[in-house]
Design a protein around this ligand. Structure first.
Ligand code: P6P
Length: 324
């Protein structure tokens, strides 16, 4: 299990904890609070989805050719609304938006660029499987084209994390000095700190991959999977990145979405899935690689570019990468 400092007494809300952190400015805390506010609304919509009949697809196809779920569209709108109302947000970029959304220029206080996947794994909602919001916060850039700020490598992230809508609603967040976990307390309507400075187990015999693609994987990935089968590893795969990464963070192991012959860059998006998850895992003492380099060092070329993802316990990631 992840090492943790159990927080029993003097409950700390997200806002109070961020206010006390030396590495978190008031303006950054304001952006994170805006994400938390949107997350509370999304959590309510996800919980009541079947009651309010917002399940199923919205009848639209997004730019990736994927059927947009109604809740994708709603979650995207909630995040854009809450972030646009935050005076320090300059640019937003979303899996559900073709292009970046410029909210306000640097000269008007647009200090941060926020990228997000509003509801990752949304195709699982109809069967009540955990889904999540993934977010990445970069510095905005003072220049003629504010939207250019989205194309920065993951090492430039100021903060990153996810909100998991599961058996409980929780936020995992790093602002560059360790990883903290908050749970939404429904009686308070607040995210409350429950684990501080999480550390991922250095090794754990769990691997998480969609083995249906075995024949499409590279010989190196196939060799790793044979090693795992022969070494008594357990397999866990939810098919919702936030759920699979969260389990990996707490229990250790490795999560893989590698390149295949059909998708040479894998399926997951670099800027709002790979980078934020890589920062969280590295800040918890883990490793996150594409198979060729650290995910955080990939130089982005396009907003929606994909990247292979191999992340988790350092020893488990090494078992994979040494075979590639
Ligand atoms: P596959 C969900 O659709 C998602 O984007 C991620 O949350 C998840 O890790 C991946 O796709 C699952 O993809 O090909 O295994 O169904």
């Amino acid at each position: 299990m992840a090492k943790k400092t159990a927080i029993r007494q003097n409950l700390k809300t997200l806002q109070r904890h961020l206010g006390a952190k030396k590495d978190t400015s008031e303006s950054l805390a304001g952006v994170i609070s805006a994400i938390a506010l949107a997350g509370k609304s999304i959590a309510e919509k996800v919980r009541r989805a079947r009651i309010e009949d917002v399940l199923g697809d919205a009848g639209e196809i997004n730019l990736h050719g994927e059927v947009q779920q109604k809740l994708d569209v709603l979650s995207n709108a909630l995040l854009l609304h809450c972030l646009s109302a935050c005076p320090r947000v300059g640019v937003c970029a979303s899996e559900e938006e073709d292009e970046p959304v410029v909210v306000r220029p640097w000269s008007d206080g647009g200090e941060f660029c926020v990228l997000f996947d509003p509801l990752d794994g949304s195709s699982n909602i109809d069967v009540a499987v955990s889904v999540g919001t993934i977010f990445s916060i970069l510095p905005a850039l003072d220049g003629p084209d504010p939207a250019a700020a989205v194309l920065q490598p993951g090492t430039r992230q100021i903060a990153a994390g996810y909100i998991l809508y599961g058996s409980s609603v929780l936020m995992v967040l790093t602002t560059g000095d360790g990883v903290d976990m908050y749970v939404l307390d429904p009686s308070l309507g607040e995210f409350v700190l429950v684990m501080e400075r999480l550390e991922i187990p250095s090794a754990s015999k769990i691997y998480s991959v969609n083995e249906a693609y075995f024949d499409l994987f590279s010989p190196g990935i196939q060799a790793y999977l044979r090693f795992a089968h022969e070494s008594g590893y357990g397999s866990r795969y939810v098919g919702s990145m936030v759920a699979d990464v969260h389990r990996t963070l707490l229990k250790g192991g490795v999560f893989l979405y590698p390149a295949t012959t059909k998708h040479p860059d894998g399926k997951l998006r670099l800027l709002y899935e790979g980078n934020p998850m890589a920062l969280v895992i590295e800040q918890a003492g883990g490793a996150a690689a594409t198979g060729e380099q650290r995910i955080l060092e990939v130089e982005p070329r396009k907003l929606h570019q994909r990247c292979p993802v191999i992340l988790g316990s350092p020893e488990e990631v090494e078992h994979v990468t040494r075979r590639l």
